[in-house]
Design a protein around this ligand. Structure first.
Ligand SMILES: C[S@@+](CC[C@H](N)C(=O)[O-])C[C@H]1O[C@@H](n2cnc3c(N)ncnc32)[C@H](O)[C@@H]1O
Length: 304
């Protein structure tokens, strides 16, 4: 069970790792970055957050040799609750590595993959009620098609939704493999053998809807920015164009014209004028890094 942290060198470069700094990793996963960081710097205070209790257990074990840390199960949009649990008011660095980990993708009981498993797709069972199974069996055809299109721009969304609604009449769809087969059969034969599996987009759309990923990101960004000290830095890795657009727009809206032009709202300096992408070597080593886009920004204040 491994998840290879994406662009770890770049993440390390943009986050402030000097002595006494407080670093908040909002998407801890199995603690891939955390381990690299804590090994490189014994004196930071590290706060790791994830919704997924199983990932947190693994991270706890992976990071057991480090004591300058606290791991918290929480939705990253609840920044004030996270700070309270960690006992800090402000932090120096914030990291968000969005989406899901390889551990989650490969876990058959979660049903994130078209290869099979129970159709669940929730990052956490606590506090998150509706599953992918609920959505595919409950939503009217039109809403299902809109959902698939909204999150994935799947051009066969209407055909797929229509096939799902037809098939569910003969029995509830509870298994990821059955859903995948329905999707594959519903699209034209010529479109079934592209670079990515024909069900990938629909599965991604369902996962994003179940976990309200865009909504959570939108809520988290301003609260997380508020939690940064002046001079603090935020690094976000997005794997989906809509997520990346939310991050880009957030950073652009707050961008200060010059470092000295602080006016209380425009307090952000872009450290990455355009998103940083993984190199060919990294993509060859870790194909799941392919779609990653990293954006980093620094907070300035009147005193800067
Ligand atoms: C790409 S993985 C992170 C992998 C991690 N950086 C590592 O190196 O192991 C994204 C993680 O974010 C978590 N996550 C997604 N949405 C979340 C949210 N709203 N609040 C907290 N954690 C979330 C997922 O459960 C998943 O473990």
């Amino acid at each position: 069970m491994t998840h290879i942290p994406v662009m770890a060198e770049e993440v390390l470069k943009y986050l402030p790792w000097a002595e006494g700094k407080v670093i908040l990793d909002l998407t801890l996963g199995m603690g891939g970055y955390a381990k690299t960081f804590l090994e490189n710097s014994g004196t930071v205070f590290f706060i790791g957050v994830d919704l997924d209790e199983e990932a947190l257990e693994i991270a706890e074990n992976n990071l057991k040799d480090f004591h300058n840390k606290i791991l918290i199960r929480e939705n990253f949009k609840n920044i004030p609750a996270i700070l309270e649990k960690a006992g800090v008011e402000k932090v120096d660095g914030i990291l968000g590595d969005l989406g899901l980990s390889s551990l989650q993708l490969d876990a058959t009981e979660k049903g994130f993959s078209y290869r099979g498993g129970l159709l669940d797709m929730r990052f956490s069972k606590l506090g998150q009620n509706e599953t992918a199974k609920d959505l595919v069996n409950r939503l009217p055809e039109r809403e299902l098609a809109d959902l698939i299109y909204k999150y994935s721009q799947e051009k066969y969304s209407r055909r797929i939704a229509s096939a799902i609604v037809r098939e569910r009449r003969s029995g509830e769809i509870t298994d990821a493999k059955r859903l995948s087969d329905i999707i594959v059969k519903s699209i034209p034969a010529v479109a079934r053998h592209g670079k990515i599996h024909a069900a990938t987009k629909t599965f991604m759309a369902l996962r994003m809807a179940v976990n309200m990923e865009l909504e959570n990101l939108q809520e988290m960004l301003p609260l997380a920015w508020e939690a940064l000290k002046p001079g603090g830095r935020m690094v976000i890795l997005a794997y989906h164009s809509m997520e990346d657009r939310i991050v880009k727009n957030f950073m652009r809206e707050r961008r200060a014209k010059k470092k000295c032009a602080f006016d209380g709202i425009h307090d952000l300096i872009m450290l990455t004028p355009s998103p940083v992408r993984p190199g060919d070597d990294e993509i060859a080593r870790n194909p799941r890094s392919r779609s990653a886009r990293l954006r980093a920004a620094e907070k300035i204040s009147g005193g800067d």
